[in-house]
Design a protein around this ligand. Structure first.
Ligand code: XMP
Length: 521
């Protein structure tokens, strides 16, 4: 059959644009698996597609994926990994406010490739102590900067002396002294520390470590040549890290509409805390609650908009056009859509409310378009195909469960019957609400009132690194764009044509009638 660029009439009768497809199902809520996208004539190779998302002025991501503000998903490690891959992490608020400020600082001060807190030795330690430490912590390296009690650099303990035969010697006897150790002042690192370190290693053949010090010669970090080489190679990667205008990684933080003892919005506390987050460089604040179309959330957004006119404000969650319009009116730039689709959510079961996600996204996207705000699809993403479908209506997606098994998510790995798992819990689960997130669900966590949990505590199989998981998701997303003939997300939105899938069609879409040996990932 000859390829044709124009869909003929029969195609257009079956495969419909969003504005014809969704209104035709205005009496039923649809979610990701209820529909599929038609392929279109394409001249686009998946690897040439662009995935940029602009959520607000100054909030520009190179991949449209955000890690959820949940206490088993996003703290600084996850936020760093997300931004390095071009996305964004929203630091959760189930921690003391001071700690959330430090978490944001960790992301904003992160220098890629610089080990900011290297393991140090002290001159009076024995080499035997260092050997024990390496064994206990399973370090894969054996070279250590040596510092005095003030943190000043005294020398470098090279790996070739960290041997059993020297176990009884003091570090002071075996170290390479300060005047023979190569170092650089932190100030000299400038905007592109990796380029600076890379040049240093080229200029100094045979030297594999570069120590970073402050004006008082206190140790501030360590570059290793192998890290720098790996990162230099990665520079050619298609999706650049998401950075601010000062070249720091982007970072978002979530807050709730906190109330005081009298049940009123705690304006002073919210303003002071958000002021602290902004001071530390937070690029976006998300007013994150289960019911965003509410007075408390609206008042919080309005107050933050007045106090911080240029701050990127995300707010939610909603599932109606009226909800989007309300939050946009209050001053939000980007609105989270999703009530009950999350993998750990029980809101629809407990409260009997919520809308299947694709219908909610369509309805909200039309209001967002009118109000010139962006929307973020939050929850229910279990595979890359769901992201493609979500982005036909939304500007970005928020993922929780899909990232919760990554090394960079908070929490310990546990072994059950030979398999490795990490904890993943809903922010509306009883345990998470007791730890502080009750306000998100309109409860108080003082233990004096009954709380109805709207989420479960669960486990996720360990999934490897964020890099690995995002590589799979991005690969799928790029394939989706290629099939639709779209070079970027706006074109995906324009070209997407939908059709409803029957239960048999859903079964057909997954591997069937085979004994599966390996999953696709
Ligand atoms: P996924 O499907 O990515 O969903 O695991 C993550 C999103 O789910 C929301 N969330 C909850 N919703 N009860 C709910 O009804 C909860 O306990 C809960 N915890 C998180 C949230 O929007 C998150 O990004």
């Amino acid at each position: 059959m000859a390829a044709t660029k124009e869909p003929d009439n029969l195609d257009s009768k079956f495969y419909k644009p969003a504005d014809l497809f969704f209104p035709a199902y205005n009496n039923i809520g649809l979610t990701f698996d209820d529909l599929t996208l038609a392929t279109q004539y394409s001249e686009i190779l998946p690897r040439n597609t662009q995935l940029d998302a602009v959520l607000a002025e100054g909030l520009h991501l190179t991949i449209p994926i955000i890690s959820s503000d949940m206490d088993t998903v996003t703290e600084s490690r996850m936020a760093i990994a997300m931004a390095l891959n071009g996305g964004l992490g929203l630091i959760h608020y189930n921690m003391p406010e001071r700690e959330q400020l430090s978490e944001v600082s960790r992301v904003k001060n992160h220098v890629h490739g610089l080990i900011q807190d290297p393991i140090r030795a002290t001159p009076d330690q024995l080499i035997g102590d260092i050997l024990l430490l390496i064994e206990k912590k399973r370090f894969s390296f054996s070279t250590f900067p040596v510092v005095d009690t003030q943190g000043k650099l005294v020398g470098l303990l090279p790996g070739h002396v960290v041997k059993q035969r020297y176990a009884k010697r003091k570090v002071a006897e075996a170290l390479t002294p300060r005047n023979q150790v190569h170092s650089i002042s932190k100030k000299e690192l400038e905007r592109d520390p990796i380029a600076r370190a890379d040049k240093f290693f080229t200029d100094h053949p045979g030297i594999h470590k570069l120590l970073v010090v402050d004006d008082h010669d206190r140790l501030q970090g360590l570059f290793t040549m192998s890290d720098v080489e790996r990162i230099t190679q990665e520079r050619n990667a298609q999706f650049k890290p998401a950075r601010d205008s000062s070249f720091r990684l982007l970072c978002g933080a979530a807050v709730s509409a906190t109330r005081n003892a009298f049940g009123e919005l705690d304006r002073e506390r919210i303003l002071a805390h958000v002021g602290g987050l902004v001071e530390r460089g937070a690029d976006a604040i998300a007013v994150s609650t289960a019911h965003g179309y509410s007075k408390g959330v609206g008042d919080t957004v309005r107050m933050l908009r007045d106090a911080f006119p240029k701050l990127a404000l995300i707010a939610g969650n909603v599932t109606s056009g009226a909800g989007v319009e309300y939050l946009a009116e209050c001053g939000a730039n980007s609105i989270k859509v999703g009530q009950g689709p999350g993998s750990i959510c029980t809101t629809r079961i407990v409260a009997g409310v919520g809308i299947p996600q694709m219908t909610a996204l369509y309805v909200c996207s039309r209001a967002a378009h009118k109000r010139r705000v962006s929307i973020i699809a939050d929850g229910g993403i279990t595979k890359s195909g769901d992201i493609v479908k979500a982005l036909t209506q939304a500007d970005a997606v928020i993922c929780g469960g899909i990232l919760a098994g990554c090394h960079e998510a908070p929490g310990e790995v546990m072994e059950i019957s030979g398999k490795l798992y990490k904890q993943y819990r809903g922010m509306g689960s009883m345990a998470a609400m007791k730890a502080g997130s009750a306000a998100r669900y309109g409860h108080t966590s003082d233990g004096t009132r009954k709380m109805a949990p709207e989420g479960v505590e669960a486990l996720k199989e360990v999934a490897g690194s964020v890099d690995r998981v995002l590589t799979q998701l991005i690969g799928g997303l790029q394939s989706g764009l290629g099939y639709v003939g779209a070079v970027n997300i706006p074109q995906l939105r324009e070209k997407a044509r939908f059709i409803r899938v029957s239960p048999a069609g859903q079964r057909e879409a997954a591997p069937h009638d085979v004994v599966e040996l390996k999953t696709g990932s």
